[in-house]
Design a protein around this ligand. Structure first.
Ligand code: KMH
Ligand code: ZN
Length: 274
């Protein structure tokens, strides 16, 4: 088995300091959380950014400032800026971080329920996102919240509408209204990805660590972080993203899987060396 790549989704667009005071908003807080995750063993940081008051934003300028500050602190980390942003944002708004030429960015693979709201990713929108990533040589992380999202994106890749092999998938399971976080559902998805692809699993809320364990033993990779889960255990708020990552590292060690550093993760993901 390849080494395990751990991604930390340090911030997200929906969670707030009221839910957990360690959720980062300011540039300094975002750097603090990225570094805590990296120091604990994360090779990748999945990045959303906020205004100082916590409002989610896809501002190119805010992303530029945060990315530069993170790179100053931890130069070799792999950054995956979000093009999902927050529910309700337009495609153009969401696409701003791709203008900064990151090595990767998320590409969400279909419209779905998102709690009480609808997360819009129509086919025309996805074609625009795919086109931008092809033009700017950005490797997408294909986020699938639903079973059908995988078939959708595979068809688009076959038509050349989005970047093709080797593809990296992130199966985000357990979002209210989307595909539930079960090992059976994860297995169904993993069996359908093209040979040579890589994949990550993200379990939402209380599913974070059970899904992490499944990802570790099934040969995939794992994402944790405040975007997905605020607690280290039931009723125990995590003090940092680093604590969440450290728990995955402990699970990996117990289960006999080594953890990849960013250089090793770049090789596994077929990204150019830095
Ligand atoms: N904030 C969610 C609505 C992504 O980063 O690409 C979508 C999201 C996906 O977080
Ligand atoms: Zn995200």
């Amino acid at each position: 088995m390849e080494k395990l790549i751990i991604t930390a989704a340090i911030c997200g667009a929906e969670v707030t300091k009221e839910q957990n005071p360690a959720v980062p908003y300011t540039v300094e807080e975002i750097v603090r959380e990225a570094k805590s995750a990296y120091d604990a063993g994360a090779a990748i940081v999945h990045l959303h950014v906020r205004e100082d008051d916590g409002t989610p934003t896809q501002s190119r300028e805010r992303f530029r400032v945060c990315i530069d500050a993170i790179k100053d602190a931890i130069p070799d980390v792999i950054l995956i800026p979000s093009t999902g942003g927050a529910v309700g944002m337009s495609a153009e708004e969401r696409l701003q971080p791709t203008e900064l030429m990151p090595e990767m960015a998320t590409l969400d693979c279909g419209t779905c329920n998102f709690g009480d709201e609808i997360f819009d990713n129509t086919m025309p929108m996805m074609r625009i996102f795919g086109q931008r990533m092809l033009q700017n040589h950005i490797k997408p992380e294909y986020e699938c919240f639903e079973m059908g999202h995988l078939e959708t994106i595979l068809t688009m890749a076959k038509k050349g509408e989005v970047p093709g092999a080797p593809m990296q998938f992130n199966f985000v399971l357990g979002v209210p209204g989307c595909t539930p976080a079960t090992v059976g559902n994860l297995d169904w998805l993993v069996r359908r990805i093209p040979e040579g692809s890589t994949w990550t699993v993200t379990g939402i809320g209380r599913h974070a660590f059970p899904m992490a364990a499944a990802g570790i033993v099934m040969g995939g990779n794992v994402r944790v972080g405040f975007e997905d889960n605020l607690n280290l255990a039931r009723g125990v708020p995590a003090k940092s993203n680093g604590e969440l990552v450290a728990k995955v590292v402990r699970l990996a060690h117990e289960l006999g899987r080594e953890v990849a550093n960013p250089a090793e993760a770049r090789k596994i993901l077929s990204l150019p060396e830095r």
